[in-house]
Ligand binder design. Structure first.
Ligand code: ADP
Ligand code: MG
Length: 557
């Protein structure tokens, strides 16, 4: 006889569970969606395992089953997925920190548990089962466990501790049994469960079956209740906007809605389906260099292969989420092979175009949304100027800047707008790089530009200096840093000081300053471009900029 072992949840669990139950109570039915989504993940993992071990899976029918037991007042959500080993069940269900629940709670603004907008969104996790249950029992067996008696039972009433016991379980997979609270009888009704499943889980590509009593045959049989067709394989016209949104939230576990998306079925030599989303928020994992979670969910011939396939988009588009389903890659593809595959390169080029088009469309249609895009992802997107020379002009046209005429720190000006507003004699795009916006806007370099009513882009993001080394020209107009001497531009200015003669006194004065400053400067010259400030530091055309030299100094060079 196997003994029950008692374990404690970590100390904050109780509090987290309470918060969870209260914040989700008015949307309690989402527990079904959460458990089905876990079952579906487990089946995806199982499929992948069979594939990678080249096991013939023709006869292995993946399914999720819902069983209602009115006598015991329980419902069971059962899958024949990968299952869990003992240490996995402890790590996954015993530690809230690693579950979807934790992410959900952390994303509630100021832990505002009454925020209705957030409630009912995806990704609240396994513990949502406790909203409706007094007790939850999980019976599971991992596919790698061959012994019949190596199943594990996990049991908890969600109040601070849980129990684990070895059990007999013949088949791999997981059964989650919910012992419903007294007031939750509605979930014992088949129609109710069907309604919820249709509402939330219809796009799950695995059949969800419910047990039915056949009055004619007088036996129990399983009936599929969802379409079980992967959303991306449907035609655009068949998919509703909210389904696109829910699908996004389901695959990303992001509680926010996506900003926009693009769904394509590409035919020809390289056939693929892609569904690509721009999120509306920068997610933590983009900044987390350690465990990079960027990239797309990859499917080959509708079969799930891997998450975070980051080979299909360039680095500067790493904020894009979504799925790629292709018929052209082998099913047993590994990350390493993917990296070197020529099809990967072809797909990458094609998907990059799609995303740039999507961003372009966003910039045309929805001004407010584009502002969000730029605010969240502009910094990352700028890397594209350096990384993707082939698409540079397209990327450049999507950049947004602030300028002296912009009157605000917010970057909203496009290069096309800048060019449209150029002075008739002007043929360059002027910019100034500084450490921050305030330094930029108060720079004495700008005085002459103000006076002549010529706009200057103000660049103060860390990446700008680096970017501008690669951005030489846009639509035939050269970029010109106003920190650097440029004889050409001087002619543009309507400057009454222009013809000042350098008298011996001035000459003497300049020499004196040069002797005082010695090696600190290359030369001291009389300038005609200042209006209010007495002096200005100017870089030679060929010298690196002050910001770059700071970077080099910081890097110890
Ligand atoms: P998430 O799904 O976001 O990871 P959950 O709280 O829903 O968070 O689940 C926590 C973890 O428990 C899952 O990541 C998975 O490892 C494990 N798990 C939950 N349900 C199942 C299941 N039916 N089969 C296998 N593993 C599961
Ligand atoms: Mg989950």
């Amino acid at each position: 006889i196997n003994k029950k072992e008692k374990y404690e949840f970590q100390s904050e669990t109780k509090q987290l569970l309470n918060l969870m139950i209260h914040s989700l109570y008015s949307n309690k039915e989402i527990f079904i969606r959460e458990l089905i989504s876990n079952a579906s993940d487990a089946i995806d993992k199982m499929r992948f395992k069979l594939l990678s071990q080249k096991i013939n899976n023709k006869n292995y029918k993946m399914r999720i089953r819902i069983i209602i037991n009115k006598e015991e007042r329980k419902i069971i959500i059962s899958d024949n997925g990968i299952g869990m080993k003992k240490n996995e069940i402890i790590n996954n269900l015993g530690v809230i920190a690693s579950s979807g629940t934790r992410r959900f709670l952390e994303s509630l603004p100021n832990n505002n548990i009454n925020n209705n907008q957030l409630i009912g969104k995806f990704g609240v996790g396994f513990y949502s089962a406790f909203i409706v249950s007094d007790k939850v029992i999980v019976k599971t067996k991992h596919i790698d466990e061959i012994n019949e008696n190596n199943g594990i039972m996990w049991e908890s009433s969600g109040k601070g501790n849980y129990f684990i016991k070895k059990i007999n379980k013949i088949k791999n997979g997981t059964d989650v049994e919910l012992y419903l609270k007294k007031e939750e009888n509605q979930f014992l009704e088949e129609w109710k469960l069907r309604e919820i499943i249709n509402k939330y889980s219809d796009h799950i590509s695995i059949p969800i079956e419910i047990q039915e009593y056949d009055k004619i045959k007088k036996n129990q049989s399983w009936k599929q209740i969802n379409k079980a067709k992967a959303l991306w394989t449907l035609n655009k016209s068949e998919i509703k906007e909210h389904e696109y949104k829910e699908f996004y939230q389901n695959i990303t576990k992001d509680i926010n809605e996506p900003l926009t998306w693009i769904h394509n079925k590409v035919e020809g030599i390289h056939e693929y389906i892609s569904l690509l989303y721009i999120p509306s928020k920068l997610t933590w994992n983009i900044l987390d260099q350690e465990n990079k979670k960027n990239g797309l969910k990859l499917y080959v011939k509708k079969i799930y292969i891997m998450d975070d396939a980051n080979q299909f988009l360039p680095n500067y588009l790493r904020f894009i989420k979504g799925i790629l389903d292709t018929d052209n890659l082998p099913l047993n593809i590994s990350r390493e092979i993917l990296q070197e595959n020529h099809i990967t390169t072809v797909l990458k080029t094609s998907l990059t175009k799609k995303v740039l088009k999507l961003i372009h469309l966003l910039s045309l249609e929805k001004n407010e949304k584009y502002k969000i895009f730029w605010k969240e992802f502009g910094l990352i997107f700028k890397e594209g100027i350096v990384e993707d020379i082939k698409n540079q002009e397209r990327i450049a046209s999507l950049l947004r800047f602030t300028s002296i005429k912009n009157n605000s720190k917010e970057q909203t000006l496009s290069l096309d707008q800048y060019i449209n507003n150029m002075h008739e004699k002007q043929n360059k795009i002027y910019f100034l790089i500084a450490d921050n916006y305030n330094t930029a806007i108060t720079s004495p370099h700008l005085e002459i530009f103000y006076k002549n009513n010529i706009d200057v882009l103000l660049l103060s993001d860390k990446i700008d200096d680096w970017m501008m080394n690669y951005l030489i020209e846009f639509k035939g107009k050269k970029f010109q840093s106003i920190n650097k001497i440029d004889q050409n531009s001087e002619n543009l200015f309507n400057n009454s000081n222009k013809n000042i003669i350098i008298t011996p006194e001035i000459e003497k004065f300049l020499n004196k300053i040069k002797t005082i400053l010695k090696e600190k400067v290359q030369s001291v010259q009389l300038s005609t471009r200042l209006i209010k400030s007495p002096t200005i530091l100017i870089a030679d055309k060929n010298n690196i900029s002050p910001q770059m030299s700071k970077l080099f100094i910081a890097a110890g060079q």
